[in-house]
Write a protein that binds this ligand. Sequence first.
Ligand code: MOS
Length: 793
Amino acid sequence: MVGEISRRNVLGGAAAVGTVGLGGLVDPEGLGGPARAVAQEGRGRGAGLAYIGTPTSRLDGRAKVTGAAKYAAEYNEAGLALGPGLAHGSVVTSGIAKGRILAIDAAAALRVAGVIAVLTHQNRPDMASTDDAYKDETAPEGSPFRPLYDDKIKFSGQPIALVVAEEPEIARFAASLVRVQYDEAEHVTDLYRQREAAFAPTKPGASMFGPPKPRGKAEEALAAATVRHAAEYYVPIEHHNPMELYASTAIWHGDGKVTVYDKTQGVQNVHRYLCGALIIEPDDVRVMSPYMGGGFGSGLRPQYQVLLAALAARALERSVRVALTRTQMYGLGYRPAMLQRIELGANGRGELEAITHDAITVTSQYEDFFRQETGWSGLLYACANAKYEHKLARLDLATSCDMRCPSAATGVYALECAMDELAVALKVDPLELRLRCYSDRDQNTNRPYSSKNLRDCYRQGAAAFGWQGRNAEPRSMRDGSELVGWGMATGVWEALQMPIAVRIALSSNGHAEVSCATSDIGTGTYTIMAQVAADMLGLPLENMSIKLGDSTLPQSPVEGGSWIAASVSNGIVTTASAIRTELLRLAKQMSNSPLADAGPDDVVFAAGKLVSKRDASRAVSIADAMRYGAVDRIEQQKSTSFADDGSHAHNTHSAIFAEVKVDEQLGVIRVTRVVNAVAAGRILNTKTASSQIMGSVVWGIGMALQEETLIDHNFGRIMNANIAEYHVPVNADVRDIKVIFVDEVDDSINPLGVKGVGEIGIVGVAAAIANAVYHATGKRVRDLPITLDKLQR
Ligand code: MOS
C-alpha cells in the first residue's frame, strides 16, 4: 500500500510490559530528570518512555534496501489498466543562457517511430498567466519560472520542449533531434562581474530572511578595538545531488483526474502548485510521495518535471512519466555562490567589541532568493556592536534555493573561520575565545534561549577529541610525512515549528493508524512518528501504521528547516491527547468504572490501558472501553499551531572538532577525525538522529574540500553537471566521525522538548576543517573548496 508503513520486521518484541506512556504531558516525572538522561543514552525502555529516545531502526529500512519502496519513477502498474499505458517524456533544454527561441523544429523527432508528441511553448495546453498561480509556499519574491510558457530563455539548461514517446529511450533519442534557433542575448554568470551591481533586497530588520537590525556603533568600536581581523570568504555554487533523480509519474484516470507520484519534500505544496499553474480543481489531482531518495532542500519547491508530467498527461489523456537526467538536475536550484566580508574587533581580554558581516549572494534575473547569512554572527557571541549588509547579485541562472541549513552552513562558515583568525591574532586558544564570548542570550533580539547547552557541546566535544593536547603553533604537529592540523568551530541553527495536523485512528485491538501529509525525505520521519505515537498511546511500536506523503492527508508544511520532527511529534501528542479524552469518556460510562472520577489529565495510556496516574490499579483497557461504548475505533484529527509568545529564542547548537592530515609534498588533505557534539533538545531517535549528523559531517567534508559547481562563463553553462566531475566525498574520504548528543532539557519549546536535527550537523564543519588546514599548514585558504592547488599557491 502506497505511503503506508505497516510495521513489520521492525524491532523484535513488543514494548516493555508495565511501561508508562507519556499520555499525561503535565506529569513532569514522565519527561525530565533521570528518565530523560537514560533515554538519551538509548536505554529508555522501562524508564518512562518505551520508544522515544531509543536508537530505533527505520521502519522503512527493509523496504528501502530490498527495493520494495517505490520512488516517483517506479510506478508502472498503478492505474494503467485504463488507456494505452505509460508514455515517457524526455526534456529538451536550452543551449544558451539568455535570449529568445526563434523556432523549434520538431519534425525529425516526430518522424521517429513511437514518438507521440513534442510539447513546446507554441502548442502546449492552457496554463495560468499570473505569477501568483505559480507561487509555491516556499517561493521567494519575484516572478516564478514557468516551464514551456513562452519563448524567453532565462538560463542554460532551461526546459524548452518535452518529447513524449512510447519508450524512454525513444523519447530521449527523439529529444536529441529537436533543433532550436535562438536569438541570443548577452548573459552574465560570473558573480565577480556582478559584484558592483549587487543590490540590497530588503532593509536590515525588515524581513525574516534579511539581515537583522544593527546594534551599537560597529565602525567606531572596530576603530577602537585592540585587535582586529578582516577578511573575505567565498563559497561557490553547490548542488544538492540527491541519489534519486527528479521524476514524476502522472497517472491519467480517464475522467480528467490525475494522480501524480512525485519526488518532493511537500506533497501539498506540489498539489497547490499544480492546481494553480494548470488551472484545475483540488479534486482533479492527487500528489503522492511516500519515499524520497534525498532532497536536502532541492525538493522544497515543485520542480519543473512535475508540471511537465501533469501537463502532458492532461494534454495527451494518458499516463506520462518525466524523469530528469543527472545533468538536467543541475538546471534546478543550487546553494548560491557568495562573497562574505567579516570584520571582528576585540579588546585585550579577548572579548568581542564589534562585528560587521556583509554578504553578496547569487540569485536569478527573475526571483530574489536570499537567506540570512549575516545574522548568525551577531546572534551567537556576546558583542555590543554589530552591523550587517546583505546584497543580491543577479545572474543568468536558475534561481538559487535552500540547501541543507541554508544561510547557517555558509554564514557560520565565514564567521567561524574569522573567529579562528581572531584567536590567532589574539594568541588565544580558539575554544577559549568562544568561551570568553559565550552568550546566554540571543544577542540580536536580546532574548534568553528556551534552552542552550552549547557549553556542554564544547566540553564534551573537546574531551572526546582530546583538544587539550593541541599545540597552538601551526605546522607543529606531524604524523610521518604528513602535517597534522586540529581545528574547531561552533554551529548554530534554528529550532523551528510549523502548524500541522495529525489524524489518529485507534482500533479496539490496540492498533493505530497515524497520518499526516508530511514527507519522509530520508530523515526518519516514519520512524519517529511511530515512536511518539506508540509512547503517547502506550502501545507497542509494531501496532503503529504510519501514513504520509499523500496530499489528501491532514495538512502539513513542506519537510524542511529541520521543523518536521518537532512539528509532527507535537501534532501526535495533541491528537493522542484527544483520543485519550474520548476513550476516557467511554470508560467513565462503564458501570463501576474505576476511572469514574478521573479527568483527562489524571490518566495516561500504558500497556493497552487507560491508567490513573495516582493509582495504577485503577485502569480500563482500550478494548473494554470501546466494547462498552459499542465502537471499534476512535478517530481524532487535531491541528497544532505553536503559539509562540516571542519571549525566548529557540536554537540548536553544536561544537565541531576536526583533524586533518596534509601531505606536505602533494598538499593532499585528508579529514581523519571529526567530533560533532550537538545540543538539540530531546533526541527522539538516537540512531536516525546520529545518521543525520553523520551525513551532515560528510557533507561538511565535501563543502570544505571538494564541492564546487563550475560555470563556463563564455557559454553561461555548468561544466561539471554530473557526479563524476562534481566531487563529493566517497567512502575513502570519510574516516572517523563521532556524534555526541549532549543533554539539553527544554521545558517550554514544546511538550516533548524536541528541536530537530536535520540540518545542524553541517553547520561549522567546513570551518572546523578549514581551521584545521590552517593549523596543519600555516596557510589560510578562505575560498571554498580548499583544493590542493590553493594550498600550493
Ligand atoms: Mo532543508 S534545505 O529546509 O530541505
